[in-house]
Design a protein around this ligand. Structure first.
Ligand SMILES: NC(=O)c1ccc[n+]([C@@H]2O[C@H](COP(=O)([O-])OP(=O)(O)OC[C@H]3O[C@@H](n4cnc5c(N)ncnc54)[C@H](O)[C@@H]3O)[C@@H](O)[C@H]2O)c1
Length: 258
């Protein structure tokens, strides 16, 4: 977390895909801010030299648990949201789980599209729905993890870009329908953030010249960090964003200014 901190004491927060990368940083930040955190991921292992997310939050004195969840299954998402509600009411639901593979458009097949839509679109759509069906009359906040790919084409990513474009419209459409229930729905849109998902992509960028090429479209001339995305997520989930709904907050070093 940066210098600004938000308090989520007594709040129950679900983060999907919180075992790794951006989701892990988001889950840890909510834990630090006093929330009860439920990490919903297909796996526990962070595949790093690090403790699993829920254990790390507990080690720091917080409250957290892992619930094995496949976000491609709407029933699992509803069961997850109901379980979270049993912890004193569901307050925040972060749809972060996502998959990413670079495949040239002419080589992509139905399986490529299904794999990306299953997690990135269905997971977010039914995650929003499960959260909204379960949140109490006091409302709540949903934050989806979109991408610069919601708006920008980069090559080899049509399937991913289409899925992240859908995340933007799920965010806006759900914000519209859920406003009357006191539920705000927003999205963060990261640019390049080194994580496990991004690792395969970054294999192309080994030399100094290649790395310079990678940051060329970024006015701030550097990749972002998972913590910087977490900061934006906590802002959107907090009362500081009480009049903000249906927005996409870019955390991209200025990539999308042009
Ligand atoms: N890293 C970047 O540069 C970047 C940029 C823009 C957007 N994003 C988005 O940020 C989000 C997180 O990405 P990351 O870079 O931290 O990736 P990551 O691979 O490090 O983490 C993704 C997590 O999602 C989990 N997951 C995958 N499929 C799942 C499923 N079916 N059900 C439940 N969990 C599942 C994985 O187990 C993993 O823990 C994704 O939505 C991604 O599209 C990442």
């Amino acid at each position: 977390m940066g210098e600004v901190s938000y308090q989520f004491t007594d709040d129950t927060v679900v983060v999907t895909g919180g075992s790794s990368g951006i989701g892990r940083a988001i889950a840890l930040a909510f834990g630090e801010a006093g929330a009860t955190v439920i990490n919903a991921d297909v796996r526990v292992d962070p595949k790093l030299d690090a403790r699993p997310t829920h254990e790390q939050i507990r080690d720091s004195g917080g409250t957290a648990r892992h619930v094995e969840t496949d976000v491609r299954d709407p029933d699992e998402l509803l069961a997850l949201a109901e379980l979270a509600a049993d912890h004193g009411g569901l307050d925040v639901f972060v749809n972060n789980a996502g998959v990413f593979e670079e495949v040239p458009f002419l080589e992509a097949d139905e399986a490529t599209l299904d794999a990306h839509y299953g997690v990135n679109v269905k997971g977010v759509y039914f995650g929003c729905q499960a959260a909204a069906r379960t949140m109490s009359d006091r409302g709540g906040a949903i934050v989806n993890v979109a991408s610069i790919s919601s708006r920008v084409a980069q090559g080899g990513l049509v399937h991913y870009e289409a899925s992240k474009g859908a995340v933007e419209m799920i965010t806006r459409g759900a914000a519209f329908e859920l406003a009357e229930r006191g539920i705000r729905v927003n999205a963060v849109a990261p640019g390049v953030v080194p994580t496990e998902l991004y690792d395969g992509y970054s294999e192309k960028y080994q030399t100094e010249a290649e790395r310079a090429e990678l940051v060329k479209p970024i006015p701030m001339a550097r990749p972002g960090t998972p913590d910087e995305v977490a900061d934006a997520t906590l802002f959107l989930a907090s009362d500081a964003a009480s009049y903000t709904t249906g927005t996409l907050l870019f955390v991209d070093g200025g990539w999308t200014v042009l």
